[in-house]
Design a protein around this ligand. Structure first.
Ligand code: SAH
Ligand code: SF4
Ligand code: F3S
Length: 454
């Protein structure tokens, strides 16, 4: 059995306790939610296992963002059916966005015993206890207040270097394609003092990188005795320790303020990277998507970022083949990508989500082959842009936080630059969690190959 670390941050491994197995799908916020769930379940007497065969509770913390995400989970549910035949009495639960979206439809599978939406996790222990073969449990109430502010997530990642802090939940934007406002409910910000407490605890436990999470971090606003906006929060967290790097995600182009960009520039430990999803380069599409900015506005924000922080890394999300997208709209996306010069991107085909504004108002009329062709063009262009961006870094020096072992070569470490690029290098005598000074010797579109600067 692995070493048991009872520092309150790592999972508890106690063979005397009933075991819980948790699988996580979707975004970083869901990863952090699984860590909240583990704290709640650990406090109720469970301990984590990564062996599904010894679990008495199996949870899948799910994602609904695109149809293929949900299809994958339906496939898993079928595998849980087989697991249940082998192990009588186990409880299978679905949590997260798919639980919220599909509600009691998930029970029709006759595999799922428990359905818990994103704001109901405090009740999980009672729900698990109340499950019987004839009484599945369901709680999909969304809350206006829940932020799990008082719950210390149990960190499940193995490296002990980087951790997430959710600073807000929900989303008040109604991007017409997006299911998140329906699965996560209204936006609410978390008490900054509880965020600060968590950041300090992580720093004291040796963590070296904290990522602040929210669907739209720029609209973070705490209206307590002293109002705190996102720039203010960023500054407070950056001051916890100069040795701890701060990242954040996701910024919204309509809301990212000069104040945030200027705050980044003032603190060396706030990483020089902004994830700024553009979705499309066409004003007609942006309007239909209800993104509430134009191509020109987006490019002005990019210019502002580059004027204040010239070396800033920039990544984005792009959707190919949204409703009614013409060839010209698609070319507008390609030209915006060139103009913005993204370092990296997450790129998707549009997937209609039932109940969203787009599903109700606009036909999903771009044929699959066209969506695929456009997505492939977008990916090919991004590969070139990423390679160009990485090539510009060859010969430069970076301070890298080592966060793992390279997948390519087990003798090498991997880590990230402040601009969020992955470096691999060998560094005898160094450990995961150390900072290393490296020089980039060559690159691919995904990686900076580097050597240690002595
Ligand atoms: N809150 C963030 C992102 C949330 S979802 C933001 O506003 O940018 C992550 C990404 O998934 C989105 O940026 C978008 O590019 C993609 N996405 C969301 N809904 C989608 C859909 N219906 N089809 C395809 N991609 C989608
Ligand atoms: Fe979805 Fe838009 Fe909210 Fe992002 S900002 S989560 S894309 S509705
Ligand atoms: Fe998926 Fe829900 Fe995140 S839909 S992307 S898990 S907020």
């Amino acid at each position: 059995m692995a070493e048991t670390i009872h520092n309150g941050i790592r999972p508890l491994e106690d063979p005397g306790r009933p075991r819980i197995y948790i699988e996580t799908y979707g975004c970083q916020m869901n990863v952090n939610d699984s860590e909240v769930i583990l704290r709640i379940m650990q406090d109720a007497g469970y301990s984590l296992t990564d062996n599904i065969g010894e679990a008495s509770v199996i949870l899948a913390n799910t994602c609904s963002i695109r149809d293929n995400a949900e299809q994958r989970i339906w496939g898993r549910i079928e595998q849980f059916r087989l697991q249940k035949r082998r192990q009588a009495g186990i409880v299978v639960g679905i949590t997260g966005c798919m639980a919220e979206r599909l509600k009691d439809k998930l029970l029709e599978s006759h595999v799922v015993d428990l359905v818990a939406g994103p704001d109901s996790y405090r009740n999980l222990p009672e729900m698990v206890k109340a499950v019987t073969p004839d009484s599945p449990q369901i709680n999909v109430l969304l809350s206006q207040e829940e932020t799990y502010a008082d719950i210390s997530p149990v960190r499940m990642d193995k490296n002990g270097v980087s951790a997430f802090i959710s600073i807000m939940r929900g989303c008040n934007n109604v991007c017409s394609y997006c299911v998140v406002p329906y699965t996560r409910g209204a936006e609410r910000s978390r008490d900054p003092q509880s965020i600060l407490r968590e950041a300090k605890e992580l720093a004291e436990n040796g963590y070296r990188e904290i990522t602040l999470l929210g669907q739209n971090v720029d609209s973070y606003l705490w209206k307590g005795e002293h109002e705190v906006n996102f720039a203010g929060l960023l500054e407070m967290v950056a001051q916890v320790s100069p040795e701890v790097r701060i990242r954040f995600s996701t910024s919204h182009p309509k809301d990212i303020s000069d104040e945030v960009i200027e705050t980044m520039a003032r603190y060396e430990n706030i990483c020089r990277h902004i994830h700024l999803p553009v979705q499309s380069g066409s004003n007609a599409m942006l309007e239909k998507m209800r993104r509430k900015y134009t191509r020109e506005w987006y490019l002005e924000r990019v210019r502002k970022i580059r004027s204040v922080i010239p070396e800033c890394g920039l990544s984005t999300d792009i959707i190919a083949g949204f409703c009614g997208e013409t060839g010209q709209d698609h070319r507008d996306t390609l030209s915006l990508m060139e103009e913005a010069g993204f370092d990296s991107a997450f790129m998707f085909q549009y997937s209609e989500r039932p109940g969203t504004l787009a599903a109700r108002k606009y036909p999903d009329d771009i044929p699959l082959e066209v969506k695929t062709e456009r997505l492939n063009e977008i990916i090919a262009l991004q590969n070139r842009l990423s390679l160009e961006s990485n090539s510009r870094d060859v010969g430069k020096r970076f301070k890298v936080l080592i966060d793992g072992i390279s997948k390519r070569n087990e003798e090498e470490f991997c880590g990230r630059t402040t601009t969020n690029k992955v470096c691999v290098f060998s560094a005898p005598g160094y450990s995961i969690g150390d900072y290393a000074e490296v020089e980039v010797t060559s690159c691919t579109s995904a990686t900076l190959l580097s050597k240690l600067v002595k």
